[in-house]
Design a protein around this ligand. Structure first.
Ligand SMILES: [Zn+2]
Length: 261
């Protein structure tokens, strides 16, 4: 037989144990709440300019991302040709017998406003002598919301200039010997750039390129994305000491800017 006192003591012990257990349970819940809060905080860590370095060129940078990044200066830069970039170029724009070395070239990353009104990441390869000019000109164009539809390495078009122009792609370096000719354009040195080429064709007495630019060959007309001497793009390149192909006498290359020697 258990005495009343013993029964009371056992009951008291059971109650205390249950209370302690309850406390531990509550503590566990609090801990998991903290964990959730920590996870949420991690998700909200700000995006930085560095995070965009690995993003594919052509991608959109959203308005929210731009707001989080704040100052976009760090998104306009040039760098040496990385192994990754060189793998894209080698045997394509960096063809056999290339007259410039990899060390003389630079990879330029900028932002540009596409024809969709959104901010895109642009890229180009150029000679190191003009890399700072391009960074500066494209930063000014971006600040003034100058529309440039696409800016991808010509290697994305198998190094085919016609394909790149037809797609209205802005591009710079491309070394490909012209069959049956020893003439090399300034693009082979990375010192020339073609801007919105579909809307600003290359016109000779024999015709024009790209083939789909027929609506934009009459330069007396007000056509979209037309480069002329009143255009901001012309003015900025002119300030930086570039020739404009639209001012040439024998042929007219309205998309083309090249640095004076
Ligand atoms: Zn050109």
């Amino acid at each position: 037989m258990m005495s009343k006192k013993k029964i009371l003591t056992i009951l008291l012990c059971l109650l205390t144990a249950s209370a302690l257990c309850g406390c531990r349970h509550a503590a566990k819940e609090a801990n998991s709440e903290t964990a959730v809060r920590t996870e949420t905080t991690t998700e909200k860590v700000k995006i930085t300019a560095d995070d965009l370095a690995g993003r594919k060129a052509g991608s959109v940078v959203t308005r929210d991302e731009l707001k989080e990044i704040g100052d976009t200066d760090a998104l306009f830069y040039s760098e040496v040709i990385s192994d990754e970039t060189f793998a894209r170029m080698n045997g394509v724009s960096f063809g056999e017998g290339c007259i410039v070395s990899r060390e003389e070239l630079r990879y330029v990353r900028v932002l540009h406003i596409g024809f969709d009104g959104k901010t895109h990441i642009g890229e180009l390869v150029c000679h190191r002598a003009v890399a700072d000019d391009f960074v500066s000109v494209f930063q000014r164009l971006y600040e003034r919301s100058y529309p440039i539809e696409k800016m991808l390495l010509i290697d994305e078009y198998d190094g085919d200039d016609e394909k790149s122009m037809e797609d209205n792609n802005t591009s710079c370096f491309n070394f490909r010997p012209v069959p049956g000719s020893d003439h090399l354009s300034q693009h082979a040195y990375g010192r020339a750039i073609d801007i919105n080429p579909l809307y600003n064709p290359y016109i000779t007495s024999d015709g024009y390129t790209p083939v789909n630019a027929g609506d934009y060959t009459d330069r007396s007309k007000e056509t979209p994305h037309k480069i002329d001497t009143d255009d901001l793009c012309f003015q900025l390149f002119d300030e930086h000491g570039f020739f404009w192909g639209g001012n040439w006498n024998t042929v007219k290359d309205y998309q083309h800017f090249q640095k004076k020697e």
